[in-house]
Design a protein around this ligand. Structure first.
Ligand code: SF4
Ligand code: SF4
Ligand code: FES
Length: 249
């Protein structure tokens, strides 16, 4: 279509200590353009809509196919992946902002290390150690695989945490992604070895009790992970563990 353009309004911040400012950009429309391809086009000729020279936008991305989880940002106010956000499906001007609950590094890039700290806290791994031959691992039944596979699709994008009303500094809530990984590793025949420690990590302040069951997380998850089912399932496990603890003191 002749002369069709796309307008972006982008929140920019030079470093963690400066105040954010908004800049507008106008790009020629191209078929199939998405938010990341548009940010690449801006980088080729970084000029604002009114012709002022500026710097290329900083953002994170890698796989460009919704696998690496790095390009998450607020697009028209919604937490989602920029590489799969098609421009033709977005209302204009397209508003891009960094996640609001994570420290800004620069422009649209944020520090999401809190998720990795939370995954460490809940021991989100299968405990095998050593370089010697451990032999073949235990087998998972097809039924177990059906539960585990969708949970293993988490790309650590943090959309669920950004959208969660309970994920904030006051609660210190671990968030849905870490809870869902507890469900995944607690059902694994070897992962079960750390089940009790994982459940203890989810008790108390910042634990699973902080969840208000608002279900925003499941709505924004780009991988359609059944987060609310995970929260219910792990909630039940935590409850049973708490009762067991009373009788084994
Ligand atoms: S159900 Fe609601 S409160 Fe719980 S993790 Fe999801 S968005 Fe947060
Ligand atoms: S659970 Fe979904 S929204 Fe949350 S980090 Fe994983 S992929 Fe992203
Ligand atoms: S660039 Fe990897 S998920 Fe978007």
């Amino acid at each position: 279509m002749a002369n069709k353009t796309v307008i972006f309004k982008i929140k920019r911040q030079a470093n963690p200590d400066t105040k954010p400012v908004w800049e507008e950009f106008e790009l020629p429309w191209k078929p199939g353009m998405n938010v990341i391809s548009s940010l690449m086009d801006i980088a080729l000729n970084p000029k604002t809509r009114d012709g002022k020279a500026t710097t290329p936008i900083t953002y994170d991305s890698n796989c460009l196919e919704e696998i690496c989880g790095s390009c998450a940002m607020l697009i028209n106010g919604k937490a989602r992946m920029a590489c799969s956000a098609l421009v033709d499906k977005l209302e204009q001007p397209i508003k891009l902002e960094p996640f609001s609950k994570f420290p800004v590094v620069r422009d649209l890039s944020v520090d999401r290390s809190v998720l990795f700290e939370n995954l460490k806290a809940v021991k989100a791994w299968v405990p095998i150690d050593g370089t010697y031959d451990l032999g073949s691992g235990p087998r998972l039944s097809p039924e177990e695989q059906e539960v585990a596979y969708p949970l293993s699709n988490c790309i650590s994008c943090c959309c669920c945490m950004e959208a969660c009303p309970q994920f904030n500094e006051n609660t210190g809530f671990v968030g849905a992604a870490a809870i869902s990984q507890v469900r995944l590793f607690n059902q694994h025949p070897t992962g079960k070895m750390l089940k009790t420690e994982r459940l203890h990590a989810l008790m108390g302040d910042g634990g699973i009790q902080e969840c208000g069951y608002a279900q925003n997380c499941v709505e924004v998850c780009p991988k359609d992970i059944p987060l609310t089912k995970s929260i219910s399932s792990v909630g039940g496990q935590v409850m049973k563990q708490a009762i067991k603890d009373i009788f084994t003191r």
